[in-house]
Design a binder for this molecule. Structure first.
Ligand SMILES: O=C(O)[C@@H](COP(=O)(O)O)O[C@H]1O[C@H](CO)[C@@H](O)[C@H](O)[C@H]1O
Length: 256
């Protein structure tokens, strides 16, 4: 295995506006030709990612789901993974109302409301609602209250991570934790990670090469370790256009 690519989805491989990935097709095709693997790593659910894997022809690979709290892996019995969602929701509901009221999770919304806040079609929103390990949502309070909310969550073993659009709560694992397990299995010669949001930072730092995909809809990521040496790069263009350009030029640089 020459190369294993770990990629975030929303705002990275998928356009922030319309969730389209087709601008990345030339680079995806090239990766297939050289025998490289592409692992999707997102806060999306396994049923959502399965659909995207089929569309992009990446169904043979495992995927990191629900922000690293779960793994989609045909070789593994996914049912063996312990579901945390009911416990997560119960802990959330045990918070003081003065804080709880500011967080509106997918579990507090109907499918139509999820479609409305995400811009997904209803069928896709139904799959986004099928959660097993994590709860994304919106925060409508001030930053100071958010810090108190996070401290209360932390005392319950829950971490809040910011993705392309939402704040996602889960019991701790990151995308990079699952990435390490997958690397051990495939022993690639090189690894690349691509992402646009804070929940991608560990992955961008753990890979041999990190690509920060520009996302004009959110605050840019802080300067990461390795940006000064060229190990971590930033794209000019956003979403799949940036993905495609940066991946093709990295492959040329690696003579692949
Ligand atoms: O957390 C988020 O901002 C997004 C995207 O997460 P990633 O950037 O792909 O890790 O994920 C949530 O919203 C998506 C729709 O915008 C849903 O498809 C996901 O299920 C949900 O976790």
């Amino acid at each position: 295995m020459p190369l294993l690519v770990f990629t975030d989805l929303d705002g990275t491989l998928l356009s922030h506006e319309d969730y389209d990935w087709r601008a990345a097709l030339p680079a995806l095709t090239r990766l297939k030709t050289i025998g490289a693997g592409v692992i999707m790593a997102s806060s999306k659910t396994a049923p959502e990612i399965e659909v995207l894997q089929q569309e992009t022809g990446l169904s043979d690979w495992p995927a990191i789901v629900e922000n690293g709290a779960g793994l989609l892996d045909k070789r593994d019995n996914a049912r063996a993974q312990h579901d945390d969602y009911a416990r997560l929701r119960a802990e959330l509901d045990s918070l003081p109302d003065a804080l709880r009221k500011f967080f509106r999770g997918f579990g507090d919304m109907s499918v139509s409301q999820i479609a409305e806040v995400t811009g997904l079609a209803e069928a896709s929103a139904t799959l986004a609602a099928r959660r097993r390990f994590s709860e994304p949502g919106t925060w409508s309070g001030a930053t100071k209250e958010l810090e108190t909310f996070q401290a209360h969550l932390k005392a319950r073993g829950i971490f809040a991570r910011e993705g392309g659009r939402f704040l996602t709560l889960s019991f701790g694992k990151t995308k990079a934790d699952q990435m390490a397990r997958i690397i051990t299995r495939y022993t690639p010669h090189n690894t690349v990670a691509l992402g646009d949001a804070p929940n991608d930072i560990e992955m961008l730092q753990a890979a041999d090469f990190g690509i920060i995909v520009a996302n004009p809809h959110r605050t840019p990521l802080p300067l990461l370790k390795g940006e000064d040496t060229g190990r971590v790069l930033r794209t000019d263009r956003s979403g799949p256009e940036g993905w495609n350009e940066a991946m093709l030029s990295l492959l040329a640089r690696l003579h692949l």
